[in-house]
Design a protein around this ligand. Structure first.
Ligand code: ADP
Ligand code: MG
Length: 557
């Protein structure tokens, strides 16, 4: 037997759990059942992929066993299990980015509300068991390991780990529950009624059987049979009128590992030659890694109720990577691979319909739930705008759900349709200016002339804005025109004639200045752009904007 130290972040997290005064301690069971369910999914998939693997997948299930005398609760699955290295790496350390974020938030809020609220928001996985147990034992066996592993900890700084010979397939986690009387409000988790209640609330939709195993032989001396306590009905297969908002929210947590409520739930049903059902969610908060390159997509693929794969990129384009949920196809083979998905015409059609459905849902939100839409756009707008470049087919639909800052209103954003409606009679273009922040743009001399003439200018401050404005031809027949590039044509005929006069008067000076500044600028021009600033530098019509220039430089180009 070996005694090992928890990694320091893990230790901090455990301390938080042990001393937690978080009121909803029931969530530990949801975490254990959810891990068990994942483990069964993984084993079934492995069994498909590797026919030589010696595993029994004929009766996969999750058992919960309570013992009131010993005050233990055990959650046992016959799933994939863990190797010794897995146990050390997965249970002894914290690899999840979400957990690092959780700890950071806890540190920040130490004085304020304290961590108890945050536990509810984050869901901290396996370690949540230490909210209710003073010792946790885990016995597990991976099909590729000869021996099993027994892990145990009291949640302080160390754990023990040893090999065991007789571990069955899968994982059993046993909690030695804290005494009820020392802890205020600690429910009795050895009560089968309590266990049923929690499973019903948090895990009813899990498609594997969750069974309650009687701990003691019945009156007649025979061990009673385990009873399945979840309905196992896939939520997406039930009529939406029968599914409550709470059930959707719980399912969302299960697929997304996000502990906030979803912003919007999307259901889709396709019948006919290629049948499928989709249950998708728009989250209410962007994840930390939304703009990281390796970020995964959030849609899971099921085939006939059976989990096939996570983060199925064939079903959702990159710019909608934040969409979570499940797509269940009836007519695919269970051992469908990524390669097959990539070439499948039906999958491509399905993806097109899913994308259109997501975009139209946002459009409806815009009209019916402006606050939800505003949240959506604040959190995900920058990602959605990537679609203006990547998804030409849906460009107009995407433009229709975009909102931008504008000189029209210092606070509220505007849609393009609203902008076009406000355009002056003689206005040809949709004017915009890009920049790091609204303040930079508003202080820019480029804005002066347009402002003086009462033209509205869109203020674009996301990095992505620099790129799509060049590739999008226009909106409702109006082109996008940068006010910081080339000549912005704002003059009447009379003004043009006057300008021509002035240009002649100043021709010598301008020629001299152009020569004097030859190393720095291409040309020195008179301008009507400025009203209060004496001079400004403008880019050529086809030049990169300063922000883009900075970006390319940063990328080493
Ligand atoms: P998460 O489930 O979000 O990854 P957890 O703390 O709940 O985080 O679990 C950490 C990891 O430990 C899991 O990702 C999984 O690899 C492993 N694990 C936990 N429980 C089981 C189990 N019952 N069977 C197999 N692996 C498990
Ligand atoms: Mg988990």
């Amino acid at each position: 037997m070996e005694t090992l130290e928890f990694q320091s972040e893990a230790r901090q997290l455990l301390q938080l759990m042990i001393h937690s005064i978080y009121s909803n301690k029931d969530t530990f069971l949801r975490e254990l059942v959810s891990n068990a369910s994942d483990a069964l999914d993984k084993l079934r998939l492995e069994g498909f992929r590797d026919k030589d693997l010696e595993v029994d997948t004929s009766d996969l299930h999750i058992d919960i066993e309570v013992d009131a005398e010993q005050r233990t609760l055990t959650v046992r699955d016959n799933g994939i299990g863990m190797t010794r290295d897995d146990v050390v790496n997965l249970i002894g350390t914290i690899a999840k980015s979400g957990t690092a974020e959780f700890l950071r938030k806890v540190r920040e809020s130490q004085e304020a509300a304290g961590p108890q609220d945050l536990i509810g928001q984050f869901g901290v996985g396996f370690y949540s068991t230490f909210m209710v147990a003073d010792r946790v034992t885990l016995v597990t066996k991976h099909p590729r390991s000869e021996k099993g592993v027994r892990w145990e900890s009291g949640g302080e700084s160390t754990y023990t780990i040893e090999d065991v010979d007789d571990a069955p397939q899968g994982t059993a986690v046993t909690l030695h529950l804290k005494p009820v009387d020392t802890e205020d409000n600690l429910p009795d988790y050895t009560s089968t009624a309590k266990v049923r209640e929690i499973v019903k609330r948090y895990a009813d939709f899990i498609t594997w059987p969750v069974r309650l195993v009687p701990g003691k032989p019945g009156d007649d001396g025979e061990a009673a049979e385990p009873t399945t306590i979840n309905s196992r009905k896939a939520l997406w297969a039930r009529p939406s009128s029968e599914v409550s908002e709470d059930e959707y929210a719980e399912f969302y947590r299960h697929v997304s590992h996000d502990w906030n409520k979803p912003l919007e739930t999307i259901r889709m049903q396709a019948e006919g030659t290629f049948e499928y059902q989709a249950l998708l969610f728009l989250p209410s908060q962007a994840p930390m890694d939304l703009f990281m390159r390796e970020r995964k997509r959030g849609v899971q693929l099921y085939v006939k109720r059976v989990f096939i794969m996570d983060d199925c990129e064939e079903l959702m384009p990159e710019y909608l990577r934040f969409v979570k949920g499940v797509v269940d196809a009836q007519d695919l083979s269970l051992n469908v691979s990524r390669e097959i998905l990539q070439q499948d015409r039906q999958i491509a059609l399905m993806r097109r319909r899913l994308v259109k459905k997501v975009l139209s849902t946002v459009k409806t939100m815009m009209a019916d739930k402006p606050e939800s839409y505003a949240t959506f756009w604040r959190e995900f707008g920058a990602a959605v705008k990537e679609g203006l470049i990547a998804d030409a087919e849906n460009r107009d639909a995407i433009l229709a759900i975009c909102s931008f800052d504008s000189t029209h209103d210092a606070e509220a954003q505007t849609t393009l349709a609203q902008y076009v409606e406000r355009m002056k009679d003689d206005q040809q273009h949709i004017y915009y200016m890009t920049g790091d922040s609204r303040a930079t743009v508003e202080n820019s001399p480029h804005l002066e002339a347009l402002r003086a003439k009462g033209f509205e200018v869109l203020v674009l401050t996301d990095t992505i804005d620099e790129m799509w404005v060049d590739s999008v031809p226009g909106f409702q027949g109006k082109q996008f025109q940068s006010i910081a590039k080339g000549q912005v044509d704002l003059e009447t005929e009379e003004e043009k004639a006057q300008a021509e006069e002035r240009r002649k008067d100043f021709a010598d000076l301008l020629a001299w200045m152009t020569t004097a500044l030859a190393e720095r600028v291409k040309e020195v021009r008179l301008t009507s752009r400025l009203t209060t600033s004496p001079a400004c530098v403008v880019g050529d019509a086809h030049d990169l904007t300063p922000t883009l220039e900075k970006m390319y430089r940063a990328m080493g180009q």
